[in-house]
Ligand binder design. Structure first.
Ligand SMILES: [Zn+2]
Length: 468
């Protein structure tokens, strides 16, 4: 029954054509416009590459349509390799590929040891557009995988792949002398287990002919230059560990089963740190460690709150809120007022608004006094960082983090109603955050903590309509 149903789905996906690149581009534009405030935003908030990063890396996880589509197809690579050999649709797919690649009796295990360029050449003569599009993703999946997992290179085969060229070309498996192909199929096989380094010529001269030895040396040189360009040596290759060993493409195929996994793999590897870290460092905060930034992003990714608040939180992390100082960038006349809407004195930036502004200083103390009275605890107002990003060592729904987040959004929203910032919006935000935090029975787990108990009591009164 399952096999029957699956083959129906296979057929369905096989007949859906790949959208053409124009369509993908149009769709991507629509999504990006939607995300940047319906296309009304006067400036780009951050570049697309940054926005596509996952939230725990500082991004917004804006979907990349092209890779999303490819990932849907790529999940069938895992299905193809893991389905039992007798499955009809698998037999059909493999038999056609076998003809195209001139490999009789092709099984998925055999296919794992073929180079991705050889598979790519094979797919070109496949009449089935689905398997053609799906299997031709293998070279890029392989490249991305080893870009992320450099030390696993020992499991790779070295023929028919762009990574290890001999001269200007990839080395075809079919042209490799059998004595080498049998004994040295994987890169780890080039390492002499006694020394942990490459085999030397005298070691090999006993068993390899002169011609084979010269091929062997050219392949070894190609792998060495690959390692060097990735800042590695032969000693850096992970030793094969106990348990089932991966060979050729097996790890890529087995460890990525859902389209979500393939999507992650297809997205480019992040190079260096995010630009906002340097921007903040150059302004008022001084140097934050990468560990601290990672915690800030991780907290952001776990944050469960109203999307308007969440989006502004992200813009603060990126130092890219739409504040008055931006006006100088897109107003050519030079007449725009870039000063703080609350104190009217200094330039309105995130650092001014949330840390230095005398009007918001006053608001923080009022909010803090109210908090002490009704919820207890002492949010650490004297520190600069928490006012911008909260306390990165506490969970995002920690009471003090709720305090700072509600302060920030109240300040941001009250800019045109100042100079007095109303506590009412602040209280509503706190109530909404606590509603998420204590939802269902979750509050029961927190009843042993004194400060949570006063917050739970206040929250239940607030839900009855009394914003004390
Ligand atoms: Zn101000």
């Amino acid at each position: 029954m399952k096999a029957l149903a699956l083959s129906k789905v296979t057929h369905l996906i096989q007949v859906i054509p790949d959208p053409n690149p124009d369509t993908i581009l149009k769709l991507q534009c629509k999504i990006n416009k939607f995300i940047w405030e319906g296309g009304r935003s006067k400036k780009t908030v951050v570049g697309i590459a940054q926005a596509e990063l996952p939230p725990d890396k500082g991004g917004l996880a804006v979907p990349n349509i092209s890779n999303f589509w490819k990932a849907l197809k790529a999940s069938w690579i895992n299905r193809l390799f893991t389905a039992p050999e007798e499955t009809t649709w698998k037999q059909v797919a493999l038999s056609k590929l076998a003809v195209a690649m001139k490999l009789p009796h092709l099984t998925s295990n055999k296919l794992l040891l073929e180079g991705t360029q050889a598979i790519l050449r094979g797919t070109k003569s496949l009449s089935n557009p689905f398997w053609n599009a799906t299997l031709s993703l293998l070279p890029v999946l392989e490249a991305r995988f080893y870009e992320r997992n450099k030390k696993l290179v020992g499991e790779r085969t070295w023929w028919d792949t762009d990574a290890f060229k001999v001269g200007a070309n990839t080395l075809a498996k079919k042209k490799v002398p059998p004595s080498i192909a049998r004994r040295f199929p994987y890169i780890r096989d080039f390492i002499n287990p006694n020394t942990g380094a490459l085999y030397s010529d005298p070691d090999l001269a006993v068993t390899l002919s002169k011609d084979s030895l010269s091929t062997w040396n050219r392949v070894a040189a190609s792998i060495t230059s690959y390692l060097t360009s990735n800042s590695m040596t032969w000693y850096d290759i992970d030793a094969p560990c106990l348990g089932p060993q991966h060979e050729g493409l097996s790890r890529i195929v087995i460890e990525h089963s859902r389209s979500k996994d393939f999507y992650k793999l297809l997205q480019p590897v992040q190079k260096g740190r995010n630009a906002n870290e340097r921007d903040w460092e150059n302004s008022c905060l001084g140097k934050y460690s990468t560990d601290k930034w990672n915690k800030i992003y991780r907290n952001y990714s776990k944050l469960k709150v109203n999307y308007r608040v969440k989006y502004q939180e992200w813009r603060i992390i990126w130092k890219r809120q739409e504040l008055n100082h931006c006006k100088s960038k897109y107003d050519q006349s030079g007449n725009s007022n870039i000063n703080c809407t609350l104190c009217l004195e200094k330039t309105e930036t995130e650092a001014h608004l949330y840390i230095d502004c005398p009007v918001t200083q006053n608001f923080y103390s009022r909010a803090s006094n109210w908090w002490k009275l009704f919820l207890g605890g002492h949010p650490p107002l004297q520190l600069k960082g928490p006012r911008l990003f909260g306390l990165e060592n506490c969970p995002p729904d920690d009471l003090e983090n709720i305090f700072f987040r509600a302060c920030r959004y109240t300040i941001f929203k009250s800019r045109y109603k100042g100079p007095l910032i109303s506590l009412d919006l602040f209280k509503q935000l706190v109530r909404d955050e606590l509603s998420v935090k204590y939802r269902g029975n979750k509050y029961r787990l927190l009843l042993e903590r004194k400060e949570e108990v006063s917050a739970i009591c206040w929250h239940s009164l607030a839900m009855e309509g009394q914003l004390l």
